[in-house]
Ligand binder design. Structure first.
Ligand code: SF4
Ligand code: SF4
Length: 298
């Protein structure tokens, strides 16, 4: 099963036809079909922040434990941002598959719900809102395509209960879309920025410690009730992490800052840039001096 958000429909198993919500799909998957579980035995599942929340609660782990035990990190192809996939056995089988099917079915990830559809959000230049396009993934081992049942993509997604997942994933996917449209420089982002993306997207334990720290509280102006929610609940914390990334990456003022904190940070950043520029000039000057010294001694 391969159904990645960053997939572009140029792979052999993608039917290169753009589909809309009303497009028809001929497919049926059920226990007893000859290929039952074949997809989960070749699983390549990219996880969203909400997928991780649901799964870590399902298996009763903290997010840090879940990331360590059940995921592997990777760089997302188009932007170099850190992604996480479900860990598999050496043979590629999902750790949650059993003889009876998926052992975490009601909390299965977005990709598993969408299969055999791929989907991606695109924004036309100059337009505010993105459109979602769907693509059919046809893999030889999946016999669900030979079944007679026909339904629309909308009906299929309703059956798979994707609505809540789509709602929860929306803003996070928008961040990646925005990063992508910012161009290829994203791949060269500093390590600290990539780590922040990882923490805000996937590791709610670490994000919680960060937002409850004195340093954070001294910089941001939030009501005590907001801090209480961030301390006790995961979904508001995940949504806050997304807001924080918008502020940090795109300078959107999504979180109120304490007096002058914003200006102070901009000033500090300018000072860092100036210090780097001066260091670079000094290095360049030193290299030039060394070159002339070498020429003189010749
Ligand atoms: S989470 Fe469930 S549905 Fe998804 S690959 Fe694993 S076993 Fe299959
Ligand atoms: S029909 Fe396709 S999705 Fe269903 S069990 Fe078979 S391989 Fe998996």
């Amino acid at each position: 099963m391969s159904n990645k958000f960053e997939d572009i429909p140029f792979e052999s198993n993608m039917v290169p036809e753009k589909m809309e919500l009303g497009s028809k799909l001929k497919f049926r998957c059920y226990k007893g079909i000859s290929c039952f579980n074949a997809c989960c035995k070749r699983a390549d599942i990219t996880l969203t922040p909400y997928d991780i929340l649901r799964l870590k609660d399902r298996v009763g782990m903290s997010s840090t434990e879940f990331l360590k035990e059940h995921t592997v990190p990777f760089h997302m192809e188009q932007d170099g941002l850190p992604g996480v996939k479900l860990r598999t056995t050496d043979e590629g089988a999902c750790l949650f598959v059993t003889e009876d099917g998926c052992s975490v079915y009601s909390d299965r990830p977005t990709s598993c719900r969408y299969y055999p559809l791929g989907h991606m959000a695109m924004r036309k230049s100059g337009e505010q809102h993105e459109e979602t396009h769907y693509f059919l993934v046809k893999e030889d081992h999946c016999k669900g395509h030979d079944e007679e049942r026909e339904l629309s993509i909308q009906e299929y997604l309703k059956e798979q209960e994707t609505v809540q997942y789509d709602e929860m994933n929306k803003e996070w996917l928008q961040i990646m879309l925005k990063k992508r449209s910012a161009g290829s420089t994203v791949g060269q982002l500093p390590e600290a920025t990539l780590q922040m993306f990882f923490m805000c997207s996937y590791d709610m334990d670490r994000l919680r410690r960060f937002v409850l720290s004195d340093a954070f509280k001294n910089s941001y102006e939030l009501e005590e009730t907001v801090y209480e929610a961030l301390e006790q609940e995961d979904v508001p914390l995940m949504q806050f992490g997304i807001k924080f990334m918008k502020q940090a990456f795109f300078a959107e003022r999504t979180i109120p800052e304490k007096d002058k904190a914003w200006e102070k940070r901009v000033q500090e950043r300018d000072e860092v840039w100036e210090a780097r520029r001066q260091a670079e000039l000094a290095r360049h000057q030193q290299a030039e001096d060394d070159k002339y010294k070498d020429q003189d001694s010749d």
